[in-house]
Design a protein around this ligand. Structure first.
Ligand code: SAH
Ligand code: SF4
Ligand code: F3S
Length: 459
């Protein structure tokens, strides 16, 4: 690592010389804006990128328009995510025309795809550099090249170790803590193992220290993150890590995502059941209810095993919220396979579902499979799945009316500031009358419900 560390130090110093000179001549530090697409892991990575930018002498600004440097932290999970990012990058062309010294960098999962970085280099000539995910260690070199216009386009590819720099967190009460990076599972549809590399777990002592600091700073809602958070092995098991963290002093709730069904253990369920500070919520992606499709997806569990986890969780934690991800229209999915998915959804009655239409990802085995499902069939199945889940969510929400739920207040609602909003342990949106401040835990009496939200009064 020493070579990387030396490069990081050397380029950091050079970038700081530039940012200091900029500040001396312009009267303010150069401003950087980070735009984020994708999952919570990417949100957390963006907070670290902002931390590195501040370390390099930038100040973080709230809009592209005032920025001297824009980083776009991209997602590659589905084609739609890539198209959205490319369209936003396309809109930055006129900003670059107005200010040719503007630095534009593309980071994140698209930055690890050769065909996308080729596309950026060839068709987006105003983009200065691309970086793969979690590569703060290479940001100074990329910035330095851009500042000095040393190269038209810098493409840095290897994933280096992340420097120990504090993130700039966007929220005052909620915090992300990445505990592991990467993925070893190679589900046949998924790009993540290719763009994020193999699993790396952070040492548990570092994680405990970070969480202690967050608690002392007043953070109330702490989410442990990883592509497969429960495959953690940084010196102890995930269940042990969660137990240690849940025993820390203070008033906070611990969440974690995303879990892989293959690594759900009785110990983990026990820790969730016995520790008050662990949110009674399990996000456990199912993907499909058909054993044939699960096998073709390389998911390493079947229906029975999945249902076994659901039953074990509910036996120990009767009020647990269980949510999931489903892919509709995977290659070869028959009407019978899809019926098996609807059937398991009816059986489990998930509190919430995130459903996605299958999107072929270049370089993954599923993209090469025969029997790709026509768009019209995918859309029709997707609509049926949504209708089913909406009716289940609505029933579950109505069954909460009359109950008292613990809610973490997030402040005024976006649509009506006279109403407060917050989230239950299961991450359900609650709109309520009351006097709570953002970041406070309170109890709300639920008086009404809709498919996507609960209404109530603070008690
Ligand atoms: N590591 C997590 C999920 C990461 S990606 C897990 O294994 O569960 C988040 C979700 O995106 C996945 O659960 C899956 O439902 C969806 N997804 C991944 N690749 C996809 C693709 N090619 N097309 C459509 N949805 C996809
Ligand atoms: Fe993708 Fe599967 Fe890894 Fe999840 S476990 S990130 S779906 S390859
Ligand atoms: Fe997207 Fe990368 Fe997350 S592909 S979903 S940003 S891991």
């Amino acid at each position: 690592m020493t070579d990387n560390n030396n490069a990081f130090e050397l380029y950091s110093q050079r970038v700081r010389e530039y940012t200091d000179a900029f500040a001396a001549s312009k009267g303010h530090r150069p401003r950087a804006f980070v735009r984020t697409f994708g999952c919570q892991q990417n949100e957390a990575d963006s907070e670290r990128l902002r931390g590195t930018l501040v370390f390099l002498g930038y100040e973080i600004c709230e809009s592209e328009k005032e920025a001297n440097c824009i980083l776009v932290n991209t997602c590659a999970i589905r084609e739609h995510a890539e198209i959205k990012a490319l369209s936003v990058i396309g809109q930055y062309k006129h900003l670059k025309n107005a200010d040719p010294t503007l630095i534009i960098g593309v980071c994140g999962c698209m930055g690890a795809e050769k065909h996308r970085t080729d596309q950026l280099k060839n068709s987006y000539p105003y983009v200065n550099f691309s970086l793969p995910p979690a590569s703060d260690a290479m940001l100074p070199e990329a910035l330095y090249n851009a500042i000095k216009r040393k190269r038209d386009f810098t493409r840095l590819e290897s994933v280096a170790e992340t420097p120990d720099i504090s993130p700039v967190r966007t929220d005052k009460s909620k915090a992300w803590v990445s505990i592991m990076y990467g993925c070893n599972n190679f589900c046949t549809y998924c790009i993540v193992p290719y763009v994020r590399g193999r699993e790396r777990s952070r040492p548990f002592a570092d994680i405990v220290r970070e969480v202690e600091t967050l608690i002392s700073e007043g953070y109330k809602d702490i989410t442990l993150l990883g592509q497969n958070v429960n495959s953690y092995n940084g010196g102890c098991t995930f269940a042990e890590l969660l137990y240690r963290l849940a025993k820390l002093e203070g008033d906070f709730v611990l969440r974690f995502m995303t879990s892989h069904p293959k690594d759900v253990t009785p110990e983990l369920i026990e820790v969730m059941a016995s520790c008050d500070k662990v949110a009674k919520h399990f996000h456990l992606p199912l993907q499909s209810g058909s054993d044939r499709i699960l096998k073709a997806m390389n998911r390493r569990y079947d229906r029975e095993k999945y249902l076994g986890h659901v039953n074990a969780l509910r036996a120990k934690i009767p009020d647990i919220a269980i949510t999931s991800d489903i892919i509709v229209g995977f290659p070869g999915e028959t009407e019978e396979d899809f019926a098996a998915t609807l059937d398991i959804i009816r059986t489990v009655r998930f509190d919430m579902l995130y459903s996605f239409i299958y999107s072929p990802r270049k370089g993954t085995p599923a993209a090469e499979m025969e029997e790709q499902i026509p768009k019209s069939v995918q859309n029709e199945r997707f609509d049926r799945l949504l209708a089913l889940q909406n009716s289940i969510s609505e029933e579950l929400n109505y069954s909460s009316v009359g109950k008292t739920l613990r809610v973490l207040c997030e402040g005024g609602s976006k649509t009506d500031s006279s109403v407060l909003c917050g989230r239950t342990d299961g991450n359900k949106l609650v709109l309520f009358d009351g006097t709570a401040k953002a970041g406070e835990f309170i109890y709300v009496n639920i008086t009404d419900a809709e498919p996507y939200a609960l209404h109530g009064k603070q008690i």
